[in-house]
Design a binder for this molecule. Structure first.
Ligand code: GTP
Ligand code: MG
Length: 458
């Protein structure tokens, strides 16, 4: 590992109230003392804030009045000596300050290099380092919460515990290789249940991946149904604004409308589509085609029908033409116009993929809260962030899938009473795969790939 001193602007490009230049490495304090003048000029003490001036050491020219915070190793972000210069947030000024710091002996930091050093110094593991990038990119409450959980080490601890159990099993198997005479043959009945349980725990993790991905990318919800049932009204009600045109003319919506919103902090993208019907109108036909495509790419379909003018025959036919594998909520609309409670739409509800029925009035807002809950339930998001950590990264999903496959092989070999060294090979591969989550078993190429995606200054 290189231990030279690195420096970069840590705040985003553009003007801001404050801009930060970060320096990390053995020379950080020395460089800071050359480019910064403060009252008394006594040696810098860790974890204090100094008010002073950034100066050109050669000329004494003042570049900015600024704050300086020194962090002595190992109590810093990177685990090395770190100095932060909090200047005024002018891109030009920050450029001059960082160039001055480079001239005085630091070199420009690579993308993610501060966090890489934190990882190499044991301040963070790989999953936690990835969480730093997630935190920076979080755009909703739910993304923020899942990034914080990852950063705080929830997944790391879980992966670590699973790998510990795995090592225990491996130790038993290896003992049977080394001391086969004393210990006799490996007994499948004694090890199989432990292996089985591990596989189940990995399965539970993989199950959370679906939720994790929805959180990262936002769930796509398509509103579909016959013309005039109130799809655009529902879009407006969900968004709380008059985004889409609503009229009593069937066929009002032509093009698909896509908008972002959140339910309980979970990011969602909702799509309003053209009403589905046979149409001779070319523009409407194209709209209907787009509606079908929107439905095919959705995580959830809200199938809206009109409680006041039910045509269950046609609705059932339409429902059957939608992709059967995508979950659907039946949304009976215009509840405000009914004098009697609506009947359960059994004909429709029996269609494959229909998970629930909700009655609403898009006009008055009745039933919207129930619909929110039904959407979270249908997407399996209602028990967010409980015991099992969420797998939010493709890399972590892959690691768990690999580990599970190796454990399956090990279990097969065990049950077929194959030699213990064969079983040990699979157990070791599973351990290697699972350990890449925290980086315990990650190789250099993997580590480099992860930090390459970071921004400079992080
Ligand atoms: N009373 C009542 N009227 C509603 C409700 N929701 C929609 N409407 C009315 O139903 C008509 C159609 O509403 P839209 O939202 O345009 O229906 P749509 O499904 O988007 O129609 P297309 O875009 O033509 O497919 C309008 O006159 C709305 O005001 C409701 O909950 N109650
Ligand atoms: Mg519409």
């Amino acid at each position: 590992m290189s231990t030279d001193t690195i420096a970069a602007i840590a705040t985003p490009p553009g003007e801001g109230g404050v801009g930060i230049v970060r320096i990390s490495g053995a020379e950080a304090f020395k460089i800071a003392e050359r480019v910064f003048r403060w009252r008394g000029n006594k040696p810098l003490q860790s974890h204090r804030v100094y008010f002073g001036a950034v100066i050109e050491p050669a000329t004494g020219e003042v570049l900015d009045r600024a704050l300086l915070i020194p962090f002595r190793a190992p109590r810093s972000y990177t685990g090395e000596d770190v100095v932060e210069l909090h200047c005024h947030g002018s891109p030009y000024l920050l450029r001059r300050v960082v160039e001055l710091v480079w001239r005085e002996g630091a070199r420009p930091a690579q993308p993610g290099e501060f966090t890489l050093r934190a990882f190499l110094n044991g301040k963070l593991d790989l999953a936690q380092a990835e969480a730093v990038a997630d935190l920076i990119r979080a755009r909703s409450e739910a993304q923020l919460r899942s990034a914080l959980a990852l950063h705080e080490g929830k997944l790391s601890r879980h992966a670590h515990a699973l790998n510990d159990t795995l090592l225990g099993i491996l130790a038993t198997v290896e003992a049977h290789i080394d001391f086969s005479e004393e210990l006799g043959e490996l007994d499948p009945a004694s090890l199989a249940p432990d292996l089985q349980r591990l596989i189940e725990q990995l399965d539970a993790l993989l199950h959370s991946a679906h939720t994790g991905r929805l959180l990262r990318e936002g769930a796509r919800i398509a509103i579909v149904g016959r013309p005039n049932v109130g799809k655009s009204s529902l879009l407006n009600a969900l968004l709380g604004t008059e985004r889409a045109i609503v009229t009593d003319i069937p066929g009002t919506t032509r093009d698909t409308i896509e908008e972002s919103f959140q339910i309980a902090g979970v990011p969602m993208v909702v799509l309003d589509t053209a009403g589905l019907r046979e149409s001779a109108d070319v523009v409407e036909q194209i709209g209907i085609e787009r509606a079908r495509r929107a439905a095919e790419r959705a995580n959830l379909i809200l199938f809206v029908y009109d409680l006041t003018a039910p045509d269950l025959e046609t609705d059932a036919r339409l429902l059957h033409t939608l992709p059967s594998e995508i979950p659907k909520l039946l949304v009976g609309n215009k509840l405000d116009l009914l004098d009697v409670p609506p009947a359960a739409p059994e004909r429709l509800a029996s269609t494959t993929g229909v998970v629930d029925t909700v009655f609403i009035s898009a006009r008055t807002g009745t039933g919207l809260e129930t619909l929110h809950q039904a959407i979270l339930n249908a997407l399996n998001l209602q028990r967010l962030g409980e015991e099992t950590p969420l797998l939010t990264h493709q890399r972590h999903i892959h690691a768990v899938e690999q580990a599970k496959q190796h454990l399956r092989n090990a279990l097969d070999s065990l049950q077929q009473r194959l030699p213990p060294d064969l079983i040990a090979v699979d157990l070791r591969s599973a351990w290697l795969a699972l350990g890449t989550i925290t980086g315990e078993t990650a190789d250099e190429a993997l580590i480099e790939r992860i930090f390459r995606d970071f921004c400079i200054g992080k």
